[in-house]
Design a protein around this ligand. Structure first.
Ligand code: 6GU
Length: 234
């Protein structure tokens, strides 16, 4: 998969993209990420990327031209342009279903906003999707773009060593994950639940499922209700 990112802060991406799973995925060629500095497509002595909003109000708005000109330069034409996602707190909430959908694309273009937002014509003219990573406000879309990249890349073929660990996890079935333990069997007065050491795989499976259900019900009643509804309709 090829992922392009347009941002005023390309430095944001150097750490996350080089580390751990993402770094290995890039070295192996499973993904190739191009981080492009929007300033390349700004004009004038000041390389201005933003301007004050029509109609007044606080803050600054990112100008449309750098986004459109970057897209013109990066791709051959409309057919060549990958699925384009604008990161914005007003977007659709990112969830595992959308991550899976994005992971099925041959490429992605992620557009990062800053300040009060991006000129609406970028949304109208370039965006296939508008995506938010949660109901809180970040200073810009960069952290959200990193979240999308990491969530998508770990689903790509050959990226995760253990194939099962890609699916047997939170949200796989609409439930949060069960608790994990490793050695030692007791630590600072906290013991590993006996069932996990019993060697009875069926009991272990049942216990994990119960834990996942109880945990989901307690911390994410919204997910729990949806899971119950899905289970009943099967
Ligand atoms: Cl994608 N951008 C910003 N600025 N804030 C956010 C967000 C995105 N998602 C949640 N908060």
């Amino acid at each position: 998969m090829h992922i392009d990112v347009l941002t005023l802060f390309p430095d944001y991406f150097t750490g996350p993209l080089d580390a751990s799973l993402l770094g290995r995925a890039r070295v192996r060629g499973a993904v190739d990420v191009g981080v492009h500095d929007l300033r390349r497509w700004t004009r004038g002595v000041h390389n201005t990327a933003d301007d004050s909003p029509y109609g007044g109000g606080a803050g600054m708005v990112l100008k449309p031209e750098p986004f459109f000109e970057a897209v013109d330069d990066l791709y051959g034409g409309p057919q060549d342009r990958p699925r384009t996602v604008v990161l914005t707190p007003r977007g659709r909430l990112l969830d595992q279903r959308l991550v899976e959908e994005l992971a099925g694309e041959p490429g992605l273009l992620l557009l990062c906003g800053r300040y009060e937002g991006i000129d609406e014509r970028v949304h109208r003219g370039l965006a296939h999707d508008e995506v938010s990573i949660g109901d809180y406000v970040l200073a810009g879309g960069e952290v959200a773009a990193c979240a999308i990249i990491e969530a998508v890349v770990r689903l790509l073929p050959g990226v995760m060593g253990n194939v099962e660990s890609g699916t047997d996890e939170s949200f796989g079935e609409g439930l949060l994950e069960y608790p994990h333990y490793t050695r030692p069997p007791e630590y600072r007065g906290m013991a590993v639940p006996e069932v996990l050491r019993s060697g009875d795989h069926q009991k272990v499976r049942r216990w994990r499922r119960e834990q996942a259900i109880a945990r989901t019900r307690e911390v994410r009643p919204d997910l729990y209700e949806r899971w119950r509804g899905d289970a009943q309709s099967d």
